[in-house]
Write a protein of this length. Sequence first.
Lengths: 434, 249
Amino acid sequence: MAALETNVETSWESGLAGLFSRARGGLPGPSWLAPLRGEAFARVMRDGLPHRRVEDWKYTDFRNKLTSDLDVARGAGTTPPSIFAGGRAHHIDINGGRLVRAPADDLPDGVEVLSLAEALGMPSLWLRQWLMATTNPLENLNLAFAADGAMIRVGRCVRVAMPLLLRATHAEGSTMAHTRSVVALEEDAQLTLVELDDGEPESQSLANTVTSIVLGPGARLTHVRVTATAKPGIVVRTDNVELARDASYDGVMLSSSAALARQEMHVRLAGTGASFNFACAYVAGSGEHTDYALEVVHEAPHTTSRILAKGVAAGTGHGVVQGRVIVRPHAQKSDSHQLSRALLLSPHAEIDQKPELEIFADDVKCGHGAAVGALDKNQLFYLRTRGIPEREAHAMLIAAFLDEIAERIADVAWRAHTQAWLAGRMAQVGGEAA
Amino acid sequence: MLEIKDLQVTVDGRKILKGLSLSLGEGEVHAIMGPNGSGKSTLSYVLAGREGYDVTGGSVTFRGRNLLEMPPEERAAAGMFLALQYPVEIPGVTTMNFLRTALNAQGKARGQPEIDAATFLKCVREVGATLAMTDEMLKRAVNVGFSGGEKKRNEILQMAMLKPCLAVLDETDSGLDIDALKLVAKGVNAMRAPDRSFLVITHYQRLLNHIVPDRVHVLAAGRIARSGGAELATELEARGYDEIVKVTA
């Protein structure tokens, strides 16, 4: 993310300074952290918040989406029932940016879950690497305000049988929550991490989460993330993923219903044989904007990356998928493919897909494709001749289109939960399409 | 059952049906034969309610109701079925799910309760077996990776499950080998009943050796050029459309 020239400061930006000076005294952390927070905040003020003139934000006007003044979240407010209620997992709950529940006794040996607030009270320099100012304004904003998060560590060769469910709820209107989490898998460790973003804020709210994912040699992370926060909530996430030799990341992400849901992912395939396999689906109905922005860097030879995105935009919905794959000079035999497909269900909906390749090695296999279309008229007619009403036929075809993504969730129960949620969203959005 | 009077249909500004009249009684099987471009498929699509077919004149009455006013799903719920000439592939929707959704949608429209999963499964397997359709095929996405013959058998399976009172078979015999043709004909014959009528659209007499019609109509240039008994099909096969149509003209 390049630093940007600020034009006129928005009222939100000017209000931020007062907010930070009031909040900073109450933020947790050892003495070395306070100046880092200050530096990060100064960068935010200098660079401004992302807007459409910044290339990585070309299709998502974050700065102008923020229309109301937001206070710092306190983690209050009622927690709506989870769409994943009853799913088997070790539970971690974050509410309004505060870790409110961590698994205790039921964690297997070799797995550690700490709250960031707690970790900051310990004399540890290990934390410092996750708490640095960067060139990314949202990460800097996060660092300035982050009070809590989940620090998850899976020890060498530990295979966690049950998924870890990290639920981040933000239900408190007119507030912002900044969460910073770390997921570290040591050599040959295995984990399934299921993340759920939810909450039904009554007024505009911002959940800004930064997650570092570090996979040691041979480690395998299976990652499922569902962003289901309701309008007018705004969810922005930045993930920094680093894969060592032969590590593998398998991710399935789904998002729908937020006023703005942006997932920005920076992936470094740093070790030979590392593989990144990512699939995402989105359903953007009226007043919803969803954005996946991925950057995958092949730094080592024999690395693999796959990106598959499928989405639907209806009503005035807006879907964005940007995938940038960079192959560094000595990353020979890299193998990369990305495909983005979308259904545009209304003349007022918008889909933007931008695949990019930057290849600096000569012996690589890289491909990309993108397509946008409408529902197939022949298929619709066929379903209707069998007695299936138009609206139901729409929903069926959209579900069939997106199911390719949800089907990748290996865990049967979690897959069923996710599909049920997606079907519910589609039934709503399918009505807008007809 | 079905009363078509002076039906005139335009597609993309071209007049395809130019005053077609036909009366199909309860329990009857009528065949419509005709050369390419005579309007056979247009007739089947108009009956099913496909978009893009402008009815510029005439009427179609189905069991006393104005068929042309009903959307496709309502026609289906009222008991009308079209076996398509080119069945559509639907990736991501299994044949099982497709059939069950269709059955329940039609049932709902008629105020009937949902069919329970076990009964449905038993029924679809039984009917599938008579059409040599395996469980594996039923679990696959609708028509995806099916051969031409498998797609046509799938149409007959749907017909057998949905139990319409009027079935329009649009060139269901095209692309079938002789064994598949017999299976399909057997499926249709098994369904013949006093309260069920069939409109069999075909190019060739071949199918009519297996499904013997009560009446045969020759469609030429957008209207019925000649009608007769089952023997008309044999005559057509021997003498060709040209001659028959010339005689009438």
